[in-house]
Ligand binder design. Structure first.
Ligand SMILES: Cc1ncc(COP(=O)(O)O)c(C=O)c1O
Length: 372
């Protein structure tokens, strides 16, 4: 029997413990396992039962052949980018998480990997960037922090025409809203620290591969050598988050739509970056490839840097803090927290819309915009 997504989200990897009958998935803390055991387990840095459960859940949710969990989103980013060899090229988006940009601009060139940056919302520009050869096309959609949307099916076609892989950072959308592997991507990356964990209390990352092939096995073997696995407790918390993901995303999205509508009408705003707004430049692509528009948005204030800082400081329900995807709404002046690798406009404020009452959130933003 095939089940629908919401059913899979609750049950994948979360089957009752066959030994004790415990309904809630157990945490297994042992670092070592008796040789010759039926599960083929050996040592925690290689593989462990709680991480296995989470990886089953992640592969199921993304529709992949294999998932690997990592100690953080950046460990997952690095594990994938480190498969590139000297002389190979990676094409990366102009707008993406500052940590990813830091890795491709600081680390990869030291290893002789060519890096080309391009606007991935423009397929012709991507074709041009790939013309001289490419091994990996990296995309983040929606992107951080400008909420740009790239056409994943079209980018998969371009990557494959060049014999390259398409990797998609699906952190903002989650598999509830977007399944890149179904659109042709070869690998999905997550910072599970965000919506999948869902409660701002667990760091983690993941790669989900379309196929359980030699490439996935190579990355798994490197994870054993580099050691960036997820701890049992972190794997357990993340699996718990996955089980309520669908329900949380529905409320996140509904709240964000209301907040974006309010901000789009507010005279202090120069621009509201939210793919659900009909005048967003990539709205049509988002409507086609996403089930809903997510709960991340950013705004650019007419008053620039100072107005943006004041706005982020003046909210009372939205907490002025970095990160995203938890129950609580967060707000931050992005350039201030991105540091050296920031490309964010000085007047940009990013918001993660949480699970509070939407009217309370809107009232909070309204009062913050009135204060000096
Ligand atoms: C889109 C995106 N990708 C990757 C990361 C890195 O994840 P982590 O902080 O779990 O290392 C982040 C973190 O904010 C992110 O927003």
């Amino acid at each position: 029997m095939t089940h629908k997504f919401d059913t899979l989200a609750v049950h994948a990897g979360a089957e009752p413990d066959p030994v004790t009958g415990a309904v809630a998935p157990p945490i297994q803390l042992s670092t070592t396992f008796v040789h010759g055991n039926a599960e083929g387990l050996s040592y925690q840095r290689d593989d462990h039962p709680t991480q296995r459960r989470l990886e089953t859940a992640l592969a199921t949710l993304e529709g992949g052949g294999r998932a690997l969990a990592f100690a953080s989103g950046m460990a997952a980013v690095a594990a994938l980018l480190d498969t590139l060899q000297r002389g190979q090229r990676v094409v990366v988006p102009e707008d993406c998480y500052a940590g990813t940009r830091g890795y491709v601009t600081e680390v990869l060139p030291e290893r002789g990997v060519e890096v080309t940056t391009v606007d991935t919302t423009d397929p012709d520009a991507v074709r041009g960037a790939c013309a001289d050869g490419v091994a990996l096309l990296w995309v983040e959609s929606p992107s951080n922090p400008r909420l740009r949307i790239s056409d994943l099916a079209e980018l998969a076609g371009i990557a494959h025409a060049h014999g390259a892989r398409l990797a998609c950072d699906n952190t903002f959308a989650t598999p509830v809203l977007q399944r890149p592997l179904e659109l042709g991507a070869d690998v999905v990356m997550h910072s599970t620290t965000k919506y999948l964990g869902g409660h701002s209390d667990v760091l983690g990352g993941a790669l989900v591969f379309a196929r359980n092939d030699d490439f996935a096995e190579h990355v798994a073997a490197r994870r054993l050598l580099t050691g960036a696995i997820l701890s049992p407790f972190s794997a357990w918390l993340t699996l718990r988050g996955c089980r309520s993901l669908s329900a949380r995303m529905a409320l996140h999205c509904a709240n964000a739509r209301k907040v974006a509508g309010f901000l789009a009408r507010h005279p202090a705003m120069e621009r509201v970056n939210f793919p659900g707004l009909p005048d967003h430049p990539n709205h049509a692509v988002a409507a086609r490839q996403m089930h809903d528009f997510g709960a991340m948005l950013s705004v650019e204030l007419r008053g620039g840097h100072d107005a943006a800082l004041a706005f982020a400081r003046n909210t009372k329900i939205f907490t002025n803090a970095t990160s995203l995807g938890g129950c609580e709404s967060l707000i931050e002046h992005r350039a201030s927290s991105e540091g050296a690798h920031s490309h964010s406009p000085p007047g940009l404020v990013r918001m993660s819309v949480g699970l509070e009452d939407a009217d309370d959130l809107i009232a909070d933003l309204a009062q913050a915009l009135e204060l000096p």
